[in-house]
Design a protein around this ligand. Sequence first.
Ligand code: ZN
Length: 65
Amino acid sequence: MGQTRCRECGGPVIEIELSSGNEPLMMRSCSACDAREWSKEGEGLDLRGALDRLSQTGSTRRQSR
Ligand SMILES: [Zn+2]
């Protein structure tokens, strides 16, 4: 494991740790091309998935007619 670099341009990225409930999320933002990458506990995570988790926090699904 070497330095974290951007997939798009290979530039340096900044790691920002966000806490979503009891699930820590890591956001990597490239300072060169502003590409963002989300990861959860070392696992790759889609931005949509991350936002979906954040939006689902505190909400309850209801399946009723
Ligand atoms: Zn980049």
